[in-house]
Design a protein around this ligand. Structure first.
Ligand SMILES: [Zn+2]
Ligand SMILES: [Zn+2]
Length: 158
């Protein structure tokens, strides 16, 4: 009889410990799990044409959401054929940094001596927890045809 009582006490003790362990575990998970940054490329090139011209700037817009707060943005463009980097830009301060939500809008200067052809654009967001999300998009560098020249120069956003 005594033994049984002792056993049930031990059992209750074990139960309370395991209950504590599982609940503590859960809490820790909640604190550490922050969703990775989400990137939506809304416009790459004029009217999302995914086309750029050497010696001109390329319009780039993206919606960014980072629960862990945006800490760094990297934009990289490399050629598909040779793999060489055309552009590499890092944003580590300014209006996009330290916020959860940002509407990224920049005009990237394409070097005049860039060779025509297909390129990859890589857009990477790093949050305050060190989590990274990368999204990519294919773009093409073509010769300026002059037709949309006027449009391009009137293109101003605030
Ligand atoms: Zn623009
Ligand atoms: Zn690539």
């Amino acid at each position: 009889m005594k033994n049984l009582k002792y056993m049930s006490l031990v059992w209750a003790f074990v139960c309370s410990i395991s209950f504590c362990l599982t609940s503590c575990d859960k809490e820790e998970e909640d604190v550490n799990t922050v969703a990775k940054p989400v990137i939506t490329l809304t416009e790459v090139g004029h009217d999302n044409s995914k086309i750029a011209h050497p010696g001109h700037d390329m319009h780039l817009e993206a919606s960014l959401l980072a629960e862990g707060v945006i800490q760094r943005i990297d934009v990289e463009i490399h050629s598909v054929a040779g793999g060489e980097d055309l552009l590499e830009i890092a944003y580590t301060d300014g209006k996009y940094i330290g916020v959860r939500n940002a509407e990224f809008h920049e005009h990237l200067e394409i070097p005049a001596d860039a060779s025509l052809g297909k390129y990859h654009l890589h857009f990477t967001v790093t949050d305050g927890q060190g989590q990274q999300t990368m999204t990519e998009c294919e773009i093409e560098l073509v010769e300026e045809d002059g037709e949309d020249d006027e449009d391009e120069h009137e293109h101003h956003h605030d």
